[in-house]
Design a protein around this ligand. Structure first.
Ligand code: C2G
Length: 157
């Protein structure tokens, strides 16, 4: 009976998108179980991030992903060693924007960095949505009404 191979990873996973899905899919193919540490709202603040969805919502979304076995809270930078032991993880893996940052974990498990998915990020999504300025849309709508009234008045002459 071959040993169960467990993969562990961490992240905020806010505004869940294909970059996250494609990473989790590839991570799940490295072993039999994929355990994901979801950054708590408080730890996000430490990372200088403010997520749109709460920890509970982000955890529920990621746990619903078919590639994921289980999620748990990530509270700080230091817990990874203990988590790897607790979950008996054989592989620690992250996207390669973290290349080299966690190599010290090589002492207790295999460390793998996979390529990020290009041209998508939670920040890009937030910036794109911020451009859809509702006030601007209201101004455009009222201008259109003015134009319609002018056209109507001209057509009645
Ligand atoms: N990712 C990816 N492709 C993207 C965006 C993200 O492969 N287009 C990967 C990241 O490399 C990371 C994971 O998805 O491995 C989660 O990304 P974030 O939610 O941004 O997590 P991060 O803020 O990097 O937190 O202790 C580690 C930290 O908690 C990692």
């Amino acid at each position: 009976m071959s040993e169960i191979k467990t993969v562990i990873t961490y992240g905020t996973f806010d505004l869940f998108h294909v970059g996250h899905v494609r990473l989790l899919k590839r991570l799940s193919e490295l072993g039999d179980k994929l355990i994901v540490g979801i950054s708590s709202d408080e730890f996000n603040a430490v990372k200088g991030k403010k997520s749109f969805f709460s920890y509970e919502e982000r955890a529920e979304i990621v746990e619903s992903c078919k590639y994921v076995t289980q999620v748990f809270p990530e509270h700080n930078w230091q817990q990874k060693q203990d988590d790897i032991v607790k979950y008996q993880a054989n592989i620690f893996a992250m996207g390669d924007d973290w290349e080299g940052k966690f190599d010290e974990l090589n002492d207790i498990c295999e460390v793998v960095y996979l390529s990020r998915t290009q041209d998508i990020s939670t920040t890009d999504i937030k910036n794109a949505l911020a451009k859809v300025d509702n006030d601007e849309l209201d101004r455009i709508e009222s201008s259109l009404h003015d134009v319609i009234e002018i056209v109507k008045s001209l057509s009645l002459r």
